[in-house]
Ligand binder design. Structure first.
Ligand code: GLV
Length: 349
C-alpha cells in the first residue's frame, strides 16, 4: 500500500517498531505517549485532524472528542475491553471501531491464575516476611494458605478468557462452576439456565457446570470475574453479592474495576466476609482505595492482565491489521460496529 497523506493516524501509547513501520506505510503517524490518562483537551489537540486513532483502555473517547475530530473515521482499540469508547457516539458519523479479541486470552488467564495462587498461598506476605528479616526458621503453621486441588472455582463470564481460566483450573484438579452473560444478573436462578453446545463442550472438557450468578457466588472457594464492563455489569458485584460468598472465599478481578463496588469489596475484606482478593483492575484506576493498599489479604497489580511481550505484540499487530483491512475495503472480523460498514465504505470512496 503506498504511503498516503490522507490517512493521518494518531497512536495513543506505543506500538513495537516493526508495527510502527507498517503504520507508516499507511499514512503519517504521530504518537501520543502517556504515563497517565490524557485529558479530553490533550487528545483533541493531537487528533483534531486525524482520520484514525489507536487507543487503549485509559483513553476515554468522549462525545466532545468525536465532535472535535471531524475527519475521524476509525478507532482501532488495542484491547479486548472497549468501555472507554461509546459505540453509539461512533455510529452516526460513522466511525468504525475494532478491538483485539482472542489474542490476549492466555496472558489474561495466566494473570488471573497468578493472582489466585498468590492470594491463596500468601506469596506477597511471604516475600515481605523474608525480606523484612522476620523469618527465624521453619514453623509448622507459618503463613498457611488454601490450595487449588479439589476446591471450587466460580467463573463469572465464560467467554474466551473465562474458558481459558477454566482450562487452567481443570489442570489444577479444581471443580469448576460458571455463569454466562444470560444469567450474570442478580435475580437469575439455576433453573433459568439453558445449556447450549458450548456448555456441553465445557462439561465434557473440564467437568464444568453452568449455574446462576448467585450459585457461583454461594458455592465457590474462589470467584474470578471475566465479563465485560457495560451498563448491565456496572457494580454487578456489590454488598449483597459479597454477603453471598463463603467467608473463606478469595475474589479475583482481572476484568474491569467498575464491575465491582469497591467500597463493598473493602468492607467485605475488612469485615471478614471473604478471605482475600487478587486485583488487577480498580474502580477509579490508577487510584486505589487506601484500605486496599494497606490490606495484607489482598494482592494488587497495575492492570497488567495482557502484559506479556508476546501478547502486547499480538494486540498491536491485530490493531494494525484491522486498519489495513478496513482501508483495503474489507470489514475487519473484529469490528465492534460492523452494521455501519456499508455506509462507512461509501464515505471512503
Ligand atoms: C485490557 O484491559 C483489555 O481489555 O484488553
Amino acid at each position: 500500500m503506498p504511503p498516503s497523506t490522507k490517512n493521518k493516524i494518531v497512536v495513543i501509547g506505543k506500538v513495537p517498531p516493526a508495527l510502527a513501520d507498517r503504520l507508516a506505510a499507511i499514512g503519517p503517524v504521530s504518537y501520543l505517549e502517556r504515563s497517565q490518562a490524557l485529558s479530553e483537551a490533550e487528545i483533541i489537540a493531537a487528533a483534531r485532524h486525524a482520520q484514525i486513532i489507536s487507543t487503549e483502555p485509559p483513553d476515554a473517547i468522549t462525545p466532545a472528542i468525536i465532535q472535535a475530530c471531524p475527519d475521524l473515521f476509525m478507532i482501532a482499540q488495542r484491547a479486548v475491553g472497549y468501555d472507554n469508547i461509546n459505540l453509539q457516539d461512533c455510529e452516526s458519523r460513522p466511525i468504525l471501531v475494532t478491538n483485539t479479541p482472542g489474542v490476549l486470552d492466555n496472558a489474561t488467564a495466566d494473570l488471573a491464575f497468578a493472582l489466585l495462587l498468590a492470594a491463596a498461598r500468601r506469596i506477597v506476605e511471604a516475600d515481605n516476611y523474608v525480606r523484612s528479616g522476620q523469618w527465624q526458621g521453619f514453623e509448622n503453621d507459618l503463613l498457611l494458605g488454601t490450595e487449588m486441588h479439589g476446591r471450587t472455582i466460580g467463573i463469572v463470564g465464560m467467554g474466551r478468557i473465562g474458558s481459558a481460566v477454566a482450562r487452567r483450573a481443570h489442570g489444577f484438579g479444581m471443580n469448576i462452576i460458571y455463569c454466562r452473560a444470560a444469567e450474570s444478573n442478580k435475580s437469575a436462578q439455576d433453573n433459568d439456565v439453558k445449556l447450549d453446545q458450548k456448555d456441553l463442550q465445557w462439561q465434557t472438557e473440564f467437568g464444568a457446570k453452568r449455574v446462576s450468578l448467585n450459585s457461583v457466588l454461594k458455592d465457590s472457594d474462589y470467584v474470578s470475574l471475566h465479563c465485560p464492563h457495560n451498563k448491565q455489569t456496572e457494580k454487578l458485584i456489590s454488598e449483597e453479592q459479597f454477603a453471598l460468598m463463603k467467608k473463606d472465599a478469595i475474589f479475583i478481578n482481572t476484568a474491569r474495576g467498575k464491575i465491582v463496588d469497591e467500597e463493598a469489596l473493602v468492607e467485605a475484606l475488612a469485615g471478614g466476609k471473604i478471605r482475600g482478593a487478587g486485583l488487577d483492575v480498580f474502580y477509579n484506576e490508577p487510584k486505589v482505595s487506601a484500605a486496599l493498599l494497606t490490606a495484607s489479604n489482598v494482592v494488587l497489580a497495575p492492570h497488567i492482565g495482557s502484559a506479556s511481550e508476546q501478547t502486547r505484540y499480538a494486540m498491536a499487530a491485530l490493531a494494525v491489521k484491522s486498519i489495513e483491512l478496513a482501508l483495503a475495503g474489507t470489514l475487519p472480523p473484529n469490528s465492534l460496529n460492523s452494521q455501519i460498514f456499508d455506509k462507512w465504505l461509501k464515505n471512503r470512496i
